[in-house]
Design a protein around this ligand. Structure first.
Ligand code: URA
Length: 225
């Protein structure tokens, strides 16, 4: 799939998400915050859910946490246009409450379609919700931030890199420093390229197709085609 086809395919997923009513969040959202950035990005960030500013503007990470994310990107020589930014939930939970398991389950199809189409080599999960969702494990971010793992997500192996959520660092200077140190490893992870890919699935064995019996000449034919 070339870059144009990929963008078109992403737009088609967006069109589905835009009218999604698969959980209660559609009742309170202003916009669906699908995600934004470079459809060919090698690096993808997955945050938690849109906040108030994101819900108003329809774009991810455009509030205070987004400003910090942009600053951290700048420290490693990247801009928003170089990466793709998405969230586990595409709609804002009212009052910025935590996503609930039903909402995460209803929305994961959109994130997984994004991952499958964009095919990043590095996925940086921001905070607990994205990390637990993509690792399929309840280990918390405090224990595993900055620890890179090779993981098969969907059909492909990626380098999964859990990071603290920038919103958690907004009021804690020491956490900004940790985030900054963890970000500093991203260029090296990207330079490593994709990890070895899993072997493609074996083709299903095909049942032997028996030769049709010879027709006896002169006999009746059943006219099936
Ligand atoms: N926090 C998130 O997790 N995502 C956003 O888009 C904004 C804030």
């Amino acid at each position: 799939m070339d870059a144009t086809e990929r963008r078109e395919a992403l737009k088609a997923v967006y069109e589905q998400a835009r009218v999604c009513r698969d959980c209660v969040l559609h009742e309170t959202r202003t916009t669906v915050v699908f995600g934004a950035g470079n459809a060919d990005a090698d690096l993808m960030f997955v945050g938690e859910a849109p906040g108030k500013t994101e819900d108003q503007q329809g774009l991810p990470f455009v509030g205070q946490a987004g400003k910090l994310l942009e600053r951290l990107l700048g420290e490693i020589g990247l801009e928003r246009k170089d990466v793709f930014i998405a969230n586990t939930l595409k709609c804002r939970p009212p009052g910025n409450r935590d996503p609930n398991p039903g909402e995460l389950a209803a929305c994961r199809k959109y994130l997984f379609s994004q991952l499958e189409l964009i095919q990043p080599t590095v996925i940086a999960t921001l905070g607990n919700f994205a990390t637990k969702l993509l690792r399929e494990d309840p280990t918390g971010i405090t224990r595993i931030h900055g620890v890179v793992e090779e993981r098969v997500i969907g059909p492909r192996a990626v380098r999964l890199y859990p990071l603290f959520h920038p919103a958690a660092a907004l009021y804690t200077r020491s956490m900004v420093d940790v985030l900054s140190e963890d970000f500093a490893r991203i260029p090296d992870l990207m330079a490593q390229g994709p990890p070895p890919q899993p072997a493609p699935p074996e083709p299903e064995p095909q049942p032997d197709v028996a030769e049709p019996p010879e027709e006896e000449s002169g006999g009746e034919q059943l006219g099936l085609f």
